[in-house]
Write a protein that binds this ligand. Structure first.
Ligand SMILES: CC(C)(COP(=O)(O)OP(=O)(O)OC[C@H]1O[C@@H](n2cnc3c(N)ncnc32)[C@H](O)[C@@H]1OP(=O)(O)O)[C@@H](O)C(=O)NCCC(=O)NCCS
Length: 200
C-alpha cells in the first residue's frame, strides 16, 4: 500500500489528460523545424506533456502572466480549477513544456474541444493561451506547442481548430497553416466587468 507521501507525489504528477495522446506524427506536417524537433524530442532536457498539479510549484502561473493578467492565484485555487477541468473528460488539454534541468514550465498552450450538435454532433477545437517564457523564445518552442495542439485537435477528430490573436501574430499562425477566412475573420466580444470569481 502507498504511504501518504507516495500518494501525494502520485497525485501531484497526475496528468490532466492521457499523455499517450502526445505521440503525434510530426513527419506529416509541412512546417519546417530547423533543427528538427517534435513533442517527443523537443530539445535537450525539455519535455512536452499534459499539465499536472505539481506545475503550480514549477512556475506555470508565472508563465501565464507573460501572456496576460493572471492575478494572485493560490495553490488551492489552482488545484480546484485543475480538478474541475479534469472532471470534464475529453475537453481540456492544457499542455506544457518543462525544462527538467530547472523544473520550470517554459511553454504552454491549451486545446479546448467543444462538443457541437452541428455537423452531425461534431467537435471543434479552440487553441488558447499560447505562451513561451521570455528566455526561451526564438527557439521554435512557440511553433512546437502550436503544432502540437493543432495535430492533437486533428487526432481527436475536430472538424476545425480556431484561434484569436493580435494582428502582429497573424504571420506566425499563417506560417503554420492557419488561414484568415475571407469575409469571416472578425473577432467580436463584450468584456463583462465581473468582479466575482466563477464558482461551480
Ligand atoms: C508568441 C510566442 C509564443 C512565440 O514563441 P517563440 O518560442 O519565440 O516562437 P518561435 O521561436 O517558434 O518563433 C516562431 C515565429 O514567430 C515569430 N514571432 C515570435 N514572437 C513574435 C511576436 N511577438 N510578434 C510577431 N512575431 C513573433 C518569430 O519571429 C518566428 O518567426 P520565424 O519562424 O519566421 O523566424 C512568444 O513570443 C510569446 O509567448 N509571446 C507572449 C504571449 C503571446 O503573445 N502569445 C500569443 C498569443 S496569440
Amino acid at each position: 500500500m502507498m504511504g501518504s507521501d507516495d500518494e501525494n507525489a502520485a497525485l501531484s504528477s497526475e496528468p490532466l489528460y492521457n499523455p499517450d495522446l502526445l505521440r503525434l506524427d510530426f513527419s506529416q506536417i509541412k512546417t519546417k523545424f530547423d533543427p528538427p524537433i517534435s513533442p517527443s524530442e523537443p530539445g535537450e532536457a525539455l519535455i512536452v506533456r499534459p499539465l499536472c498539479p505539481a506545475d503550480y510549484d514549477k512556475g506555470f502561473v508565472q508563465l501565464l502572466s507573460q501572456l496576460t493578467k493572471v492575478g494572485n492565484i493560490s495553490k488551492d485555487q489552482f488545484l480546484r480549477r485543475y480538478t474541475t477541468m479534469k472532471a470534464c473528460p475529453n475537453t481540456y488539454y492544457v499542455t506544457v513544456i518543462e525544462d527538467t534541468r530547472s523544473s520550470h514550465i517554459v511553454g504552454s498552450a491549451t486545446l479546448i474541444v467543444e462538443q457541437k450538435f452541428i455537423h452531425e454532433c461534431a467537435v471543434r477545437g479552440r487553441l488558447e493561451d499560447v505562451v513561451v517564457s521570455d528566455d526561451y523564445r526564438g527557439k521554435q518552442l512557440g511553433k512546437l506547442i502550436i503544432m502540437t495542439i493543432t495535430l492533437l485537435a486533428q487526432h481527436l477528430n475536430c472538424y476545425k481548430i480556431t484561434l484569436d490573436c493580435k494582428d502582429r501574430m497573424i504571420p506566425l499562425y499563417t506560417g503554420l497553416g492557419y488561414k484568415l477566412e475571407q469575409g469571416g475573420s472578425n473577432y467580436m466580444q463584450i468584456r463583462f466587468d465581473n468582479k466575482k470569481p466563477f464558482k461551480l
